[in-house]
Design a binder for this molecule. Sequence first.
Ligand code: LMR
Length: 335
Amino acid sequence: MNKRLLLLVSMLLLGAVFNANAQQPIVIKFSHVVARDTPKGMAAERFKELAEQRTAGKVKVEVYPNSQLYKDGEEMEALQLGAVQMLAPSMSKFGPMGLPQFELFDLPYIFPNRDVLHKVTQGSVGRDLFKLLEPKGIVGLAYWDNGFKMMSANKPLRMPADYKGLKMRIKSSKVLEAQMRALGVQPQVMAFSEVYQAMQTGVVDGSENSLPNFYTQKFFEVQKYLSLTAHGYDGYAVIVNKAFWDGLPANIRATLEKAMQEASDYENELSLKENQDDIGKIKASGRCEVIALTDAEQAALRKALVPVQKEMAPRIGAKWIEAVQKEAAALGYKD
Ligand code: LMR
C-alpha cells in the first residue's frame, strides 16, 4: 500500500470509530439505597423514562436500587470518582464528606411542616447549599422529599424517659447523634442496608425513619412499636458528578434538567401520598403497634429535643438555622 492509500484507509477507520462512539448512548448510572417502590425509587424510574424518551435514546439511565451497587458510605466516593453519575442520598449523609451544613435538615423540629421546608429547599437556602457541592466535584439538581421521621423500638416510646439506654440506629450525622444523646440513647451509625438485620438480631433496639422506608424495608416485622413522633425531617439531594454534567452537550443537559424537574414534582407528590397511606399499611401488617402521641407526650419530646438546635448551631452554621427560622416566620410560624 502506498503512503496516500494508507493515510486514506486510516482516516476512514478513524471515522468509523468516531461514528460508532457518536452512536453509543450516554450512560447515567443512578444508584440509591432504598426499595424500588418508594417515592425515591419510583421517581428515579420516572427520570429514566423521561430522559430516555426525550433524548430519543441518546441517554440511557441505569437505575440501581436497594444498595445493589453501593451502600451509603460508599456511594458518595463512587460519584466523585465517576463510577456512578447520579445519586439521591439523604441530606444526613453529606457530613462525612465535609459538608455539615446539610445536617441543618436533621435538626429536630426545625421545620414546622412541608410548606416551610419547601420554601427552604426551593429558595436561596437550597441554592446556597448546592453551591457548597461544586468544589467537591458535585452538582445539586433537585431536592426530593422522603418524609417526617418516626421513632420505633420493641417497647412503646411515648415520653423521653422511655428512650433511655436504648441502642438506636442513626445515619452518619452528628446532629442525629446529638438528638439521640439528648434522649439518653446510644446512637449507632449504620448503613441503611444493614438496619433490618441489626433490628432482627438485637444489635440495635430501634431506629428513626420515614414511613415509606419503614414500610418498604419491612421494619414492622422486627419492631413491635412505631411512635408517630414526626420529630424531624428526612429528604434527599439529587446530585450528579460535575465533570460528567458539565461535559454533556448543552441541549442534552437542558433536556435532562427538564426531565429532572418533572420527576421531582412526581416524587414530592408521591411521597406525600405514601406517607399518608403507609400508616394504614403498617397497621394492617398486624405486626407492629402504631402509637399516636398525646399533646403532652409530643410537648415533652419537643422540650427534650429542641435544645439540639442551639447545641449544633456552631457545627452547622447559625446563619443557616436563622434562614430557616426566617422562612418559617414569613409563613406565620413561630417557635
Ligand atoms: C436511611 O439511611 O435511613 C435513609 O437515608 C435511606 C434513604 O435513602 O432513604
